[in-house]
Design a protein around this ligand. Structure first.
Ligand code: SAT
Ligand code: MN
Length: 660
């Protein structure tokens, strides 16, 4: 059964028991000083007032503070985080550091649940809990959870105010770190809330409490998404991916919204948005999906016109263009391996060259206050403090493994506006940017080439459906290589079949005037997988190569280069790459490397197709088209193998399929 809105009891209202606006106002009177009463009096939307009042009734804070994102309120949030010890100042002006508990360094996937009603389909890749059970757990642990504390309520927008795909959201928390982060990551909607709800037709409500910040509470932590009431509950945790619920909590709701209520109109994707400047100064905008921790931020930063590094709301505009906005205005980026060579723009902010507000999390802080992380490009640190306390290179876990100076999922939060290549106008333009290229990538050591372009929308959808990735540090307890459909799977609440259906509908829509180029990217091929010594897991490419791959797509999207026609899509020609590598990153690109990177390893690809086919066969009502495309590709690949053997070189691919 599909998703139905406002079905079953609204847990927040039910547990709070506030039913009238009069009662709500009484509660505000009791908990707010005159300043805060004045702030809340500007909000007229009754549903929202009830949500906030019910949160007060359930969490029982001593007092309530509203964050209107005024200059004064922004400062209050910064000070609050320092005063209650959630953050502390480090070397550069405006920079702070926050530590999460050792058990809460990433998304708590095994403690994250969708609340469902009897009969509703939930993604086979997610956990679910029936409504009454979830209600009982929330009641047990969130009743009075803010006693002795101040409740902090913010209203932000997920996207530029007024954009077709933007949705306002309320964030209730007792954490100043969450408020401080939200102020950096989301546009203010306190003053536009009523009109934005009227325009969008909905809003999200998010509830969080970190409790007492104790390790022994983390096993009891939960992140709940009530799909029917578009309300989240998160408690006993602080990691922003679990607590700053406008990010992934609400992304899950927008995925629902697009899958069930905006088919053939809108998509909500786990994608960066960036622009490249092509010949004649033209700007070409790209959106790209990659699982958390697989290089989305780095790829986005390669653009001349950076827009966003994590999420994209995409729609078909009346003029037939595909457009996208970033629901965020800042980044919550992984710092591991961020250094001047690969990420110069970010480094200037992180090293204080450009004055900016930065919240680091879970990095090492040296005695003089310098933040350090693995792969920052400087000399290895010799001592400092991190989320585990004092650190030296000799520090070991109980199992004897060395403790890295920073957690592999340690992050930096900063405003896009401080990043040099951010396009300040288009980045917040409610009209969005026109999208010409869509990429999908994973962490794939042995199968796919670095770049290939789909021949049609169906093949493009299949590239997204087939993303596979090795586990990264962004999820607690994740291991092994896993399917990561569209890199969005952790955030797809409903059935994957429904989501797949919405993808085919969108990209095949007649409303799109010029179909975007859809492509696969893979930066993670190893020497071992391309004829090197077994176990030689060094990458064939390097971070900088991202630019040539995107540049090839830019030129291809404008029909200015030929490409090899293969069963999986179009591959670049060597001569073009040689020129592009030279012009973009001044690197000699050799034929030998080209042959390693672009020969098709047929058995590997077919094994992948078989794995995906089997997995999707288990999904009820999966679109037939998906299986047809897999089958078509398999037939093509098998006939190549018959003629050329299991490894087919680019020259042979040209002989077999020609160029187009
Ligand atoms: O943990 S988050 O999902 O918020 C960040 C990420 O991994 O993309
Ligand atoms: Mn992400």
């Amino acid at each position: 059964m599909k998703l139905e809105m406002k079905k079953g009891i609204d847990i927040l209202s039910n547990l709070g028991s506030v039913v009238s606006v009069e009662e709500a106002r009484n509660i505000f009177e009791k908990k707010c000083d005159s300043d805060n009463l004045k702030k809340i009096s500007t909000i007229k939307n009754e549903e929202a007032l009830l949500k906030i009042a019910n949160a007060i009734a359930l969490f029982q804070p001593d007092s309530v503070w509203f964050n209107t994102c005024s200059k004064e309120d922004l400062q209050t949030a910064r000070n609050g985080a320092l005063e209650n010890g959630e953050e502390f100042k480090i070397k550069f002006e405006g920079h702070t550091c926050h530590y999460d508990l050792p058990e809460d360094q990433a998304r708590l996937v095994k403690q994250t649940y969708y609340i469902y009603n009897e009969g509703e389909d939930i993604s086979s890749l997610a956990l679910k809990q029936e409504r009454s059970e979830a209600k009982a757990y929330i009641k047990e642990h969130m009743t009075g959870i803010m006693k002795g504390k101040k409740m902090l309520a913010s209203i932000w927008s997920r996207g530029p105010i007024g954009a077709k795909a933007s949705i306002p959201a309320i964030m209730i928390t007792d954490s100043y770190y969450v408020v401080h982060s939200g102020n950096i990551l989301y546009p203010n909607a306190f003053n536009d809330f009523d009109s934005e709800v009227a325009r969008a037709g909905l809003f999200f409500t998010n509830c969080h409490s970190y409790g007492q910040f104790k390790s022994e509470d983390v096993p009891k932590a939960r992140v709940y998404m009530d799909r029917s009431w578009q309300t989240t509950f998160s408690f006993f945790c602080t990691y922003a991916g679990n607590t700053l619920l406008l990010k992934k909590g609400n992304h899950r709701f927008t995925v629902d919204h697009c899958t069930y209520y905006r088919v053939e109109e809108e998509l909500s994707e786990h994608m960066f948005i960036t622009g490249l400047t092509g010949p004649g100064n033209r700007k070409t905008f790209i959106v790209g999906a990659a699982p958390s921790g697989c290089g989305k931020t780095t790829t986005a930063m390669v653009g001349t016109d950076f827009i966003g590094d994590d999420l994209a709301q995409i729609w078909i505009e009346r003029d037939g263009t595909v457009r996208a906005v970033n629901p965020e205005i800042g980044i919550f980026g992984i710092v591991k391996d961020v250094n001047y060579r690969g990420d110069p723009y970010l480094m200037k902010c992180l090293r204080g060259e450009i004055p900016s507000e930065v919240i680091f999390s879970n990095v090492l802080i040296e005695e003089d206050g310098t933040p350090r992380w693995e792969g920052d490009g400087d000399q290895e640190p010799t001592s400092g403090k991190n989320f585990l306390g004092d650190w030296t290179p000799e520090k070991k876990y109980v199992n004897g493994n060395p403790v890295p100076c920073s957690h592999p999922n340690s992050r930096c939060t900063l405003s896009n506006a401080d990043i040099e290549n951010y396009n300040r106008e288009l980045g917040v333009d409610p009209a969005g940017v026109p999208i010409k290229i869509i990429t999908y990538s994973g962490r794939d050591s042995d199968t796919n080439p670095p770049v290939w372009a789909a021949k049609n929308p169906d093949q493009g959808v299949v590239i997204g459906a087939s993303i596979l990735s090795a586990a990264t540090a962004t999820e607690v307890g994740a291991v092994g290589v896993r399917r990561q459909p569209w890199a969005n799977a952790p955030f797809v609440p409903g059935s994957l079949a429904d989501y797949t259906h919405a993808q085919f509908k969108f990209f095949n829509s007649n409303k799109i005037k010029e179909k975007p180029v859809m492509a696969g990217l893979n930066y993670f091929l190893t020497h071992a997988a391309r004829g090197g010594e077994p176990g030689d897991n060094r990458l064939l490419g390097e971070k900088r190569d991202v630019k040539p791959w995107l540049t090839w797509l830019e030129i291809r999207a404008h029909g200015e280069v030929m490409a090899i026609n293969t069963p999986i899509g179009y591959l670049p020609l060597f001569e073009d790459l040689k020129t592009i590598f030279n012009e973009t990153i001044n690197k000699e690109y050799t034929n030998k490397l080209y042959n390693k990177q672009f020969s098709l390893y047929i058995d590997n690809i077919i094994a992948r197709i078989d794995l995906q086919t089997k997995a999707y066969e288990k999904e009820e009502n999966c679109p037939e088209r998906l299986f047809e495309i897999y089958e078509e590709q398999k037939v093509g690949l098998n006939s190549l193998k018959e003629k050329y053997g299991p490894i087919v070189k680019p020259s042979e691919l040209i002989e077999a399929g020609g160029t187009e």
